[in-house]
Design a protein around this ligand. Structure first.
Ligand code: NDP
Length: 292
């Protein structure tokens, strides 16, 4: 029997726990956690993400601040805004929605965010802390994947994990998190040889590639736990479109022990983890215990 890892239900429970943590934090004399989201330009997908992040933040009892800048904003203006948010005591998390317009230097923008408020976990200080076992802000998507894995498997110790994809926002931090859980981790990418054989050895397979249905069922070890990070829009054959993952769900579901669907798997976890990171940042800012 394959278990469907229902990220939507898991994320709903996590969001409830976050709301409780907000109540506990304020009852202990801490601040109302505040999340500032900065959107530069009018990218349609980014606008949807920013709206849903704001809504989820408010629903969890936190303060939401949205800053929308025109697409032709000079980088200096964005940097000045980040500098203000860095010292604003009501803001505990800062998220600059990516991708940024072409005239912006994304690395410089991320580097300008106070690492303690970097709830995306992309600042090089947090990347370094994650790699060295320190108290990092952990990127939300891989953190959500880890929570789903722990929920499905309990301890991950000693398991063979293959991470497909080596991006800074998903693949690499995912690999670090799995290593910290005592997995034996292989990171694969577009130049990896014998990808199918490699995947077939994995007790845990995390696919973060951005290629619809790239991983068929016969690449999966029977009983493996499969986390599909991919979000790909494809034609539905009737003039519309639908979302699919990087894993061919229909063939994979009959082999895997547990698998995330797309949509409704990793996606909902990402925003829930953003909220959790913001509460953690607020607790740390006031030297109060971090939520469990
Ligand atoms: P990137 O494009 O930054 O990275 C893709 C990775 O996949 C690269 O490392 C690339 O290798 C590798 N890759 C590409 N083609 C192949 C191939 N044929 N064989 C093996 N490896 C390959 O993507 P992201 O990490 O940003 O995102 C990956 C997917 O996850 C996307 O579908 C994205 O939409 C989704 N996503 C979902 C989120 C969520 O909340 N659920 C959040 C973030 C992303 P190389 O380095 O060699 O180029």
């Amino acid at each position: 029997m394959t278990t469907l890892l229902d990220g939507k239900a898991f994320a709903a429970r996590l969001r409830l726990r976050v709301a409780e943590a907000v109540t506990e934090l304020t009852a202990a004399g801490g601040p109302v956690p505040g999340l500032a989201v900065v959107l530069v330009g009018e990218d349609a997908a980014s606008q949807v993400y920013v709206r849903s992040k704001g809504r989820a933040t408010r629903e969890a009892g936190m303060a939401s601040f949205e800053h929308r800048l025109p697409v032709d904003t000079p980088q200096s203006v964005l940097m000045a805004l980040i500098a203000r948010l860095n010292v604003d005591p009501t803001v505990h998390g800062i998220l600059v929605q990516l991708p940024l317009p072409e005239q912006m230097d994304t690395a410089a923008v991320i580097a300008a965010i106070d690492p303690a408020k970097d709830v995306d976990g992309f600042h090089i200080s947090n990347v370094g802390l994650l790699a060295t076992g320190g108290r990092a802000m952990v990127p939300c998507t891989p953190l959500g994947c880890l929570m789903l894995l722990r929920g499905a498997l309990g301890s991950l110790r000693g398991l063979d994990a293959v991470v497909l994809g080596r991006s800074n926002i998903v693949g690499k931090p995912m690999a670090q998190l799995l290593l910290a859980e005592d997995c034996t981790v292989t990171v694969a990418h577009s130049r990896t040889r014998n990808l199918a054989d490699l995947c077939r050895r994995a007790d845990i397979l995390v696919a973060a590639v951005g290629r619809p249905g790239m991983v068929p069922g016969d690449w999966i070890k029977p009983g493996a736990t499969v986390i599909d990070v991919g979000i790909n829009r494809v034609s539905d054959g009737q003039g519309g479109s639908r979302l699919v993952g990087d894993v061919d769900f229909d063939t994979a579901a009959s082999v895997a022990g547990a698998i995330t669907p797309v949509p409704g798997g990793v996606g909902p976890m990402t925003i829930a983890c953003l909220l959790a990171n913001t509460v953690t940042a607020a607790a740390r800012a006031s030297d109060l215990p971090e939520p469990a």
